[in-house]
Design a binder for this molecule. Sequence first.
Ligand code: FAD
Length: 586
Amino acid sequence: METIQTDVVIVGAGGAGLRAAIALAEADPALRVALVSKVYPMRSHTCAAEGGAAGVIKSDDSLDHHFNDTVGGGDWLSDQDAVEYFIREAPKELIQLEHWGCPWSREANGSVAVRPFGGMKKQRTWFAADKSGFHILHTLFQTSLQFASIRRFDEYYATELLLDEGRCVGLTAIEMRSGQMRRFDARAVIIAGGGAGRMFPFTTNGAIKTGDGMALAYRAGAPLKDMEFVQYHPTGLPSTGTLLTEACRGEGGVLLNKNGRRFLQDYGMGPETPVGKPVLKTMELGPRDRVSQAFWQEQKKGNMIPTQWGDAMLLDLRHLGEKMIDERLPLVRDMSISYMGVDPVKDPVPVRPVVHYMMGGIHTDLRAATTVPGLYAAGECACVSINGANRLGSNSLTELLVFGRRAALSAIEYLQSGVRAASDGVLAARAAAAQGRIRELMQRTGGGETVAGVRKEMMQAMEQHAGIYRSGEGLAAACAKLSELRGRYSRIELHDKTNVYNTDLLQALELGSMLDCAEAVTQSALARRESRGAHQRLDFIERDDQNFLRHTMASYHPSEPPRIGYRDVVITTSQPGVRDYSGGHE
Ligand SMILES: Cc1cc2nc3c(=O)[nH]c(=O)nc-3n(C[C@H](O)[C@H](O)[C@H](O)COP(=O)(O)OP(=O)(O)OC[C@H]3O[C@@H](n4cnc5c(N)ncnc54)[C@H](O)[C@@H]3O)c2cc1C
């Protein structure tokens, strides 16, 4: 098997992976960095981010405000030491991007512009029109090209981490063009594999977001933390799930039910504010969990509008005017016309909540280190945790930068502690075993199960039982379904047995990752008998700090459901309180 010798290998070339690679290369040009990605870097999901990235910059804002918004928005499940580090580093990272060439939108006086975002009580979201992720990723990508020490392996699919005496010492990956397995020897590995929204059928997430990074670490012994917290974004297009950014509401868009009522005032997010003037904290700028839950309640009351794709509400941007929409929300206009045939300049756009983001992920500490020595994680696949039970929009892009860099610095410290590479014999044996597992899957016959069949049933179970509102009964049914599907997964048979770009094989592997993540979600959700943030139980409607002000830790078991344990939340200054979005004009 061809072997690539490196010092650090990174899985993922999205925002978190690229930021980590740059930090490694800047710190020590002699380090050999391998950047492994199943797609070309610019096709990573970071490219799809629209609204912007949060960081304190304006004189009426403060780090304390950003801290309080994030911790309260997360329903006090965030680790407050991690949030403190995050908010301090955030502005530095956004200014660093500016210096690398990110074309942030500006105020008339030339200073960086910021926009309001949900759950943020001050304006602090930096943006580049509504293509912020595209510009951020492009800036990182072009910066990474300066460094000869970063070697890219585009269209390589990582299949397993290699372990030696409990340390992570490399990985195996399939070169998709040839179908050949490659062995990457390393002294440290950083996972930056992104989210897992594709385990649900209706999601804003690109097709590649199948939780591979989470599954790689999980199977190698790193627990998945707080997986029950799955974020629904309130405004997806009902036809495709394509996102209409929260910036639509940040710029002053309003949400209407079938009676033309701005219904959020009925769900603790009032009082009604003047149309066209976004008022921070209230109404359409409530946090995502609360706004999505209000959609669900309105549906029960029969207040939604039927469309050919199911019930929807209306997002009305007309009062913003064509000039403003074209300047600040051009992509939103394009997508509404292309996917719905609705021009937001002329008509309100139907929208409904859609699976968007995983608050949970690979458990890491403040240094982005997992529990496996030599293994680090950053970005959406990781849970450090700053987002707690509900992420505020625009904190994620900044998180990629802050903790992508942090993972790199921690990996360097680890290397400097004198850690040596594993022996060739150990690596060869581990890699051969990983290759054997792929070969077995390729050659399997007579199993009778298909990737598409198992995937469809998994998605149905997730949508039906692990959505905006959940119940113990439903979650138990989902857990049972997923364990049945796990058994059937081992009987999946591939139709395509060839080597070159074998998408049948890759989709089978991605399905394996999603099943692992889905089981962690449902088992963690079943065990959390309270309602907090994005996890709402119809049978336990109150938040229960006595028993559940704790992180859920799901540990992998190859043939049984995950073991569920708990870990204390780090509280520094903010004791759990009431989340109040009902007033406070700014
Ligand atoms: C439509 C949309 C809009 C959003 N808008 C915003 C916003 O405005 N503000 C905000 O803060 N957040 C936003 N988010 C969330 C944010 O964009 C994501 O959380 C973030 O970009 C994830 O970045 P990442 O680097 O962790 O992963 P990604 O950018 O998803 O990259 C993952 C990388 O991992 C690689 N990978 C995965 N599996 C494997 C494997 N098996 N082998 C090799 N490589 C692998 C992929 O190739 C890819 O390069 C948005 C999300 C979506 C979906």
